[in-house]
Write a protein that binds this ligand. Structure first.
Ligand code: ATP
Ligand code: MG
Length: 473
């Protein structure tokens, strides 16, 4: 990739494949004035621009001709937002995951815009917008089938020596506007801090993200000791991006995780649980959970699960995640309850076996159900899971045990299939059977039975519709 230093304006390339209607007017990105909304903001804005001016030569600016991002891969609504901001005299950059993914020729999950216009100014430019967020105010621009999120450049809050000495690194207030450089530096990883500038279609790199992207590295921006203490969830995000993109975690970043893993307990449990789900949900769970175990970041969070899956304690579990990833990649939706039940399964199986050894007898179904509830409830509470999800996890696990011993009479079989958690439990049984090789026949039997029941149900419904129609005539 060819690069050129400096933030000088580039004339937008006459890209023959893109309509002139969507061409930006050529304005130097660094010549765009920052229209401040009040005196204090004006001072802050001027300081930010001045600070940036000192660093702009440090930025790597990659011309349109030297990177693969085409406007054709940016949704029209996002382009509209970028162009309107730009034509109104503001800087307008695409940022974060979208630039990373476009450079890697992947489809971005969402397209975030960042600008030097303040939220109220953005709000004024777009009738179809609203300001959201209490802590950091963002603007949502609402289109028929899409919401485009626009943020104002911000910087990390100043930390005093007292903060550092008291080891109080957790970010509690990050609502401070900043310059593009400061905005890049407050982001988590170098690959997540690239900007795409609509003024000249260049990519701006303040933090060495392009090199890390090319080398396949997840590197925290700045000092890992500080950045992981500020926000411990970044350690899980490092693992997420490494497994998701097939990247390695850069050495200092990795060592930072090893040093600070226990601080993950300072993060808010709902946020951590959401991140755990994010690791399981999207087809890269095997690599992600492997890294959670290898770094032992899972240990402080879910010690019982960590013990059940570490080393080779549950070989089938890793196969199970492989099957899960394939299932998800094939487009099948797996509920959050099943995902979490998968994670808990080796532990639940171990505990039931241990209990049976202690009792020196197999537990009856009623006992198993109570045992699973008592076991999983404290863990679910610690994870701050929603009551509905907790209930579904319990039900999925309980029903799984019921399915393992299929009733012989048809009526009980029917009752099982009609119970609400049947589908979750069947999905769980499928993952377990296909990875452990156990209960495969039981799974096939239930699957065939469920298909027959569904078909019969559909036929019955069609029959009712036909009968009704006939009657009406
Ligand atoms: P995805 O494709 O999953 O949306 P993303 O990179 O866009 O990936 P988001 O969670 O949507 O990730 O966040 C958007 C951007 O905000 C990131 O790319 C990163 O620059 C920044 N960011 C998100 N979380 C943090 C964090 N905890 N600390 C610092 N910066 C963060
Ligand atoms: Mg995103």
């Amino acid at each position: 990739m060819e690069t050129s230093n400096g933030g000088a304006a580039e004339t937008p390339p006459a890209d023959v494949n893109e309509t002139s209607e969507t061409q930006a007017t050529a304005a130097a990105p660094d010549a765009v004035a920052d229209p401040p909304s009040n005196a204090a903001d004006a001072a802050a804005g001027a300081a930010a621009v001045a600070a940036d001016a000192n660093h702009v030569l440090d930025a790597n600016v990659i011309d349109r001709s030297a990177h693969p991002i085409s406007r054709r891969s940016i949704p029209e609504n996002v382009l509209k937002v970028l162009y309107r901001l730009h034509r109104s005299g503001y800087r307008a950059y695409l940022c974060g995951g979208s630039v990373r993914d476009l450079l890697m020729d992947r489809t971005p999950k969402d397209f975030d815009v960042v600008t030097d216009a303040h939220p109220a100014e953005v709000r004024r430019l777009f009738r179809n917008s609203r300001i959201i967020g209490r802590r950091f105010r963002l603007v949502h621009i609402i289109f028929q089938d899409q919401v485009v999120e626009v943020a104002t450049f911000r910087r990390e809050p100043e930390r005093t020596v007292a903060d550092v000495e008291s080891e109080d690194f957790l970010i509690t207030d990050d609502n401070t506007f900043g310059s593009p450089l400061q905005d890049a530096r407050r982001r988590d990883f170098t690959i997540n801090a690239l900007f795409y500038n609509i003024a000249d279609f260049s990519v701006i790199d303040y933090v060495g993200g392009l090199e890390d992207l090319a080398e396949g590295r997840v590197r925290v921006i700045g000092d890992p000791d500080l950045r992981f203490r500020e926000d411990p969830v970044r350690m899980m995000r490092a693992i997420e991006f490494a497994s998701r993109l097939g990247f390695e975690i850069e050495q200092k970043t990795y060592e930072g995780i090893l040093r600070h893993r226990n601080e993950i307990l300072k993060a808010s449990p709902p946020r951590v649980s959401e991140e755990i789900l994010e690791l399981l949900r999207r087809g890269w769970s095997r690599g992600a959970i492997r890294l959670m175990v290898d770094t032992a970041l899972l240990q402080p969070l879910l010690p019982e699960i960590y013990t059940a899956i570490r080393d080779d304690h549950a070989a089938y579990f890793w196969k199970m995640l492989e099957v899960l990833d394939r299932t998800v990649q094939a487009g099948r939706k797996i509920s959050d309850a099943v995902l979490l039940a998968v994670l808990m399964l080796p532990w639940v199986i171990d505990e039931i076996e241990r209990e049976e050894q202690r009792r020196d007898s197999r537990m009856r179904m009623g006992d198993v159900i109570t045992f699973i509830r008592d076991l999983t409830q404290p863990l679910c509470a610690r994870m701050s899971l929603a009551a509905g999800t907790r209930h579904q996890i319990e039900q999925a696990l309980e029903t799984l045990w019921r399915l393992l011993e299929p009733p012989t009479d048809r009526r009980s079989q029917f009752r099982a299939v009609y119970r609400e958690p049947f589908n979750d439990a069947l999905a769980l049984l499928e993952l377990y059977a296909l990875s452990s090789g156990r209960y495969v026949d039981v799974f096939r039997q239930w699957q065939a039975f469920a298909v027959r029941v569904k078909r019969a149900q559909e036929e019955a419904e069609q029959g009712t519709v036909k009968r009704r129609r006939r009657r009406r005539r």
